[in-house]
Structures are given as structure tokens and as C-alpha cells.
Design a protein around this ligand. Structure first.
Ligand code: PLP
Ligand code: ZN
Length: 423
């Protein structure tokens, strides 16, 4: 893998070769998150936009020369990536904007953005000959690792909070993972998983801790820019929990700038739930994210419930270095965004997916975007992941089904009522 220069500690700047360290900077323990650095000159000599134009590969592996894997490494058969980017003129017009796209990562094989990272994790685990791979997760990273592992018969052990939505737990069990429901929060599950991985020698997929997860996530930026004919958007909205997705988006965009494939850096806007807004708070107060104390996280958007965002260094840099912002939205705004986005675009997101759209609504309100901006909203998870919240969301906006007897007279009564409502 001579296209990788080194792994650089975000805290002390020490550089390591990929053979030297596996996860974090030894000098900084679990906080010593590493950045994977590439030789762009070398990559640029062997890889071009023209090659991509001719590529038949409609997965993240079309960008393999920019990923931290061996060119010859076998990849899992599930189709990860190249999710649709829909232009949504009705949503845009409703907000007084010209160009809004939704990138629908609810269309991934296990129905969330996390497949992008777990696909890379599985390749790395197999490269190491790992017997078992493990992760802690609020649910989606676990489901992604579980499904991708099943596709290549890789044994795995999963730690999720026992409060995870049932659909996500069902995925894990269906794929045959060893599932540990932790009696505590996601943060508790994370700590336990790190300890377990050290004790049993399992390959560790944990977000941020494993530096290669950012690399899988960055492929969304490549796709957005390629799908827009390499005219980078002005702004990207994404929900933030641990901060690995926003850090990954930033990394992908930096790669493209370094290669000269795009000309401008989009502004990254991180959207957090009010009850889980560590990054938003630090952004507003200017507090150092390394010393800021963990918060008590509580939100309907379970996928972004994180008391101590594990990738907070990359997540803060993503916003600061792109002239972006952090926004916080209430659970009510998140729930309202589910039907609003679905009705305006046909894309049904889970709460954390619709959170990005709730952030756009708020940003318009606060004057953070221009009417002419080209804006991408990332839907990170499928609405079917959390039916209880979806039902709450329609209740909130007053949408109900009618109960009807199986005869036409009763139907006529109902339809008359429906027409009355429309008028
Ligand atoms: C994990 C996840 C997020 C947040 O990603 P982070 O890297 O934790 O910030 C957002 N939405 C969904 C659906 C997710 O699964
Ligand atoms: Zn260090």
C-alpha cells in the first residue's frame, strides 16, 4: 500500500507507518485518533476522473485507489455506495431555495450510511486474518458490520445499548451476530467493547478509534461531487453524533481538492439533536473538545445520541476549516422533518436521517444559506429502521388513517369527510 504515506496523530502530530500502529497513537490512549495520509501525487498518476467515467463499478470500490486497502484485496459482495442523489425542486421551492439535493443512504444494503465504513472494516479484518471483528454501536454501525460480515462469513461480536430500536436489533440477530445488549448507554457499550477487544484480541471496528472508518465514510463526498459532474455543492447538511461521518465527508473533499478534481470546499453544516449537542455546545462556547466533559445524551434520534463524540477532533475541524457551522434542533423539529422530507421528496428517513433536513429548515430561518446555494442534504438512515418514531412523527403533524367497514357506503362516508377536510 505505497499510496499511504502514514498515519498522523491528531493531538501530537506524530507519524506512524500503517504496520506500526493498528488504531490510535500509543502516546494518547483512546483519544489519539489518527488521520490516514496519502501520496496524492502517486495516486493522481494512476487514477483519473476519466477512468471513473468509464468505470462499470457502481459501488464505493470504484474509488479503490483512494481507499486504505490493497488493490488486489477481495471486497465484500454486498453493493455498498453509489446511492442516489435526488434533486428535490419542491422541497427547495418550499424553503425559498433554488437547488436542494437529497443523497439517500437509506438505500445501502443494511439501510444506513454505516455500510460505507463497515465494508472497509471487513476488508481490513480479513487482511489481518482476524477471527472475530467487533464494534459498539447505537445500532446502525452494528447492523452494517453484521450484514457485511455475513456476506463474507466473518464472525463478529456486537455491543449495543439495550434501548436500541427493535428493527436494528432484529437485523443483528437475523445476520447471526453474537449480540450483547448492554444495560447502559451507547457510551457505556463503547467502553465495554474497547475493553473486550483488548482482552480477546478481536479486530476493532469502533468509530473514530479505528482510523480507517473515516476512509469508508469519505466515499459519500466522492459520490456527491461525481454525481454533480465535479461541480462541488456550496453546502452539505449532515447529522452528527460521534462526528465520524462529518469528518469523513471533510476528508473526502480534501482528497478531491488535493487531486484538483474539485475547485472549492463546500461548507459543512453539522446538525445535532438539542438533547445530544456536545459539538454544538463546544462550537458556540469555543470550548476545547478534548477537555470538555461528556454530556448526558438523550434524543429521539438514537443514531446521534452520543455523550462524548468519539470523533470530535475531526468533527470540529470539518466545520471550522470549511467555514461551516453547527446547528441544534429539537426532537419535535426532528420528528416533523420526517414527513416533511418524505412528502417533499419521497425519501423516508429515520430520525437521525431527517435531522439533516430539520437542520436545513433551521438554517434557512437563521439566514445561514443563500437562496442560490447548491445544497446537499444527507439522509443517513432508512425510515423503516425506527417505526415507533415514524408513527410519532405523523401523529405530531396530525395525519391519521381512516377506519372503514368493508362496504361502499361506509367508504362514501369516509370520502365525504376527506373531501370536507381538503376544502
Ligand atoms: C451513525 C449515524 C449518524 C451520525 O454519524 P456520526 O459519525 O456518529 O456522527 C447519523 N445518522 C445515522 C442514521 C447514523 O446511523
Ligand atoms: Zn499522539
Amino acid at each position: 500500500m505505497n499510496h499511504i504515506l502514514n498515519l498522523k496523530c491528531l493531538i501530537c502530530g506524530e507519524e506512524y507507518s500503517p504496520d506500526e500502529v493498528e488504531y490510535v497513537c500509543p502516546k494518547h490512549g483512546n483519544e489519539g485518533i489518527l488521520n490516514v495520509r496519502y501520496d496524492y501525487e502517486l495516486i493522481g498518476q494512476n487514477f483519473s476522473q476519466n477512468q471513473l467515467r468509464q468505470s462499470q463499478d457502481d459501488t464505493i470500490w470504484r474509488y479503490k485507489p483512494l481507499l486504505p486497502v490493497n488493490p488486489a484485496a477481495p471486497v465484500p459482495p454486498l453493493k455498498v455506495g453509489w446511492t442516489p442523489l435526488y434533486e428535490t425542486p419542491r422541497l427547495a421551492a418550499g424553503l425559498g431555495l433554488k437547488h436542494v439535493w437529497i443523497k439517500d443512504d437509506g438505500r445501502q444494503p443494511t439501510a444506513s450510511f454505516k455500510d460505507r465504513a463497515s465494508a472497509v472494516a471487513v476488508v481490513k479484518a480479513q487482511e489481518k486474518g482476524a477471527k472475530i471483528v467487533t464494534t459498539a454501536s447505537t445500532g446502525n454501525a452494528a447492523a452494517a458490520l453484521s450484514g457485511l460480515s455475513a456476506s463474507v462469513r466473518q464472525a463478529n461480536v456486537i455491543f449495543v445499548p439495550e434501548s436500541a430500536p427493535p428493527a436494528k436489533i432484529a437485523q443483528l440477530l437475523v445476520f447471526g451476530s453474537t449480540v450483547l445488549l448492554v444495560k447502559g448507554t451507547y457510551d457505556d457499550a463503547f467502553e465495554l467493547c474497547l475493553e473486550a477487544a483488548a482482552e480477546y484480541g478481536w479486530y476493532n471496528r469502533n468509530t473514530a478509534y479505528n482510523p480507517y472508518m473515516t476512509e469508508g465514510k469519505k466515499t459519500a463526498s466522492y459520490e456527491i461531487c461525481e454525481q454533480l459532474n465535479w461541480q462541488a455543492p456550496d453546502v452539505i447538511f449532515v447529522s452528527v453524533g460521534d462526528g465520524c461521518i462529518i469528518g469523513g465527508l471533510h476528508k473526502g473533499l480534501k482528497d478531491l481538492l488535493a487531486l484538483g478534481w474539485i475547485e472549492q470546499m463546500p461548507r459543512l453544516i453539522g446538525v445535532q439533536a438539542e438533547g445530544s449537542s456536545f459539538m454544538f455546545q463546544a462550537w458556540e462556547s469555543g470550548e476545547d473538545v478534548l477537555t470538555k466533559a461528556p454530556i448526558d445524551a438523550q434524543t429521539v434520534a438514537d443514531s446521534i445520541s452520543a455523550g462524548l463524540p468519539r470523533d470530535r477532533l475531526k468533527a470540529m475541524a470539518a466545520v471550522k476549516e470549511t467555514d461551516g457551522a453547527y446547528i441544534s434542533v429539537t426532537d419535535e423539529e426532528i420528528l416533523a422533518a420526517i414527513p416533511a422530507m418524505a412528502r417533499g421528496s419521497g425519501v423516508f428517513g429515520e430520525p437521525a436521517g431527517a435531522t439533516a433536513y430539520a437542520g436545513l429548515v433551521k438554517a434557512v430561518d437563521k439566514g445561514l444559506v443563500l437562496a442560490s446555494d447548491r445544497i446537499v442534504v444527507l439522509n443517513t438512515g432508512n425510515g423503516l429502521k425506527d417505526i415507533a418514531s415514524a408513527m410519532k412523527s405523523v401523529d405530531l403533524v396530525g395525519t391519521q388513517a381512516y377506519r372503514v367497514a368493508p362496504d361502499i357506503d361506509d367508504l362514501r362516508r369516509v370520502m365525504a369527510e376527506e373531501v370536507g377536510k381538503r376544502e
